[in-house]
Design a binder for this molecule. Structure first.
Ligand code: SF4
Length: 167
């Protein structure tokens, strides 16, 4: 059975910056839970960031720019959180290499987990296309990314992958 990697805060675990979880109510998710297929992981908490914590955004570029050292991750009050977010992303890669999942289902808009959209670094709630740091590294590891809104597509990919490599 191929594992599915997922953001730790999806479901009940209150890991988000504001001390909340991200509810998910989908039969595909419930089936994966029952199968024991899910590997859930929160890179930010794994890296030692507290709950709750200051909201953070990528400022001055993209996740790739942060990885290249030309942009930063800042908290709303200006705290430089770049090193913690880089460590968080590396820990996510370690999980991927350990579990070798078929894909990842990530909470969008997070500066770590965002896979299609992030905030623009102005702390005004403005969204732009882009990825968080963890998501960026998972793409570089070759992991297909999905969001809770695209679970059906994710389930199709899992099924195709298991048909191609039964057992
Ligand atoms: Fe959820 Fe990812 Fe944020 Fe952790 S880093 S709280 S898993 S969105």
């Amino acid at each position: 059975m191929l594992p599915v990697f997922a953001s730790g805060c999806l479901g009940l675990a209150r890991l988000r910056w504001d001390g909340r979880s991200v509810p998910i109510d989908d039969p595909i998710w419930s089936r994966w839970q029952a199968e024991g297929r899910l590997v859930q992981f929160c890179p930010e908490v794994a890296a030692g960031l507290p709950i709750p914590r200051e909201p953070a955004e990528i400022v001055g570029g993209t996740a790739a720019d942060v990885l290249d050292g030309t942009a930063r991750v800042l908290g709303r009050t200006g705290t430089d959180l770049t090193d913690a977010f880089l460590r968080a992303a590396e820990l996510g890669v370690q999980q991927i290499r350990q579990h070798r999942p078929a894909l990842a289902v990530l909470v969008d808009r997070s500066p770590s987990c965002g896979s299609t959209t992030v905030y623009d670094g102005t702390f005004t709630g403005t969204r732009v296309p882009g990825r968080g740091l963890s998501a960026e590294l998972l793409v570089r590891e070759g992991v297909p990314l999905f969001t809770p809104a695209t679970l059906a597509d994710a389930a199709d990919l899992v099924q195709r992958a298991e048909t191609a490599s039964p057992g």
